[in-house]
Design a protein around this ligand. Sequence first.
Ligand SMILES: [Zn+2]
Length: 271
Amino acid sequence: VRGGRGGTRTGTDEGYPDQFSMNDKIVALLKLQEFDTSLDGLLQHQARLGTERDELKKKIQTLQQQFEESKKAYTQAQVDKKNLELDIESKQQAIRKSSGELNSVKSNEAYKGLLTQIEEGRKAVSALEDRVLELMETVDRLQKESKDREKSFGQDKGLIEKKIADIDAEEKRLQAEAEEKTKEREAFSQALPEPLRRQYDGVRRGRRGTAVVVPIKENICGGCRMTLPASVINEVMKGAALISCESCSRILFIPPKPAAEPSPENKEVAS
Ligand SMILES: [Zn+2]
């Protein structure tokens, strides 16, 4: 037996209980869509929080690195200073040795040689002492810098960790909300006629975050913005079947006209 109703109906909505009118179906699908939209929103929010947390963790790492580098520079300056002091010590020993030998040398030549050695040794020691003084300033500066960094690192780390804990708590809350909403969605979806549910899920598959049921506005599909043929719009208006957009497969409906604003005259009459 042929249907004889004609039109571009999608064919999956046949056999619904009579009490399920076309309008009821659209209303039910819009409700299902509302669940999905808010679930998508929760997922996006969770993803944003994840990114935020990654950035905060990276920030802690960077601050720690800066603090450790500054500590390393301080330690290195101390080592450099110590090495210079040892260098000075050994040069002074050499000077003392040469000075001791001055009285025991036989030739004038050797005597002059020792004096030259002593003089050069003293010059070298003097230059090294200048460098030690410079390094002492550097050590002081780096020590202060390293202490400041350590202190601010401790404070910043505390603040950032607090933010991360807030994010963790917010994420947990969103997770619970999403689980609750998913349960509600499933319960609602299971109460729908199976072909209707299948049609909706089929359109939604592979395009999370976009609408499945879209309004027709000025003959344009609210999903893909294509102008719809008059025949399709007629079928939607007849309301005998769920009609899909031929280009994007979304389920089409005609939004109810907004309730007319009471005119000023009516208001006067009413009051
Ligand atoms: Zn479309």
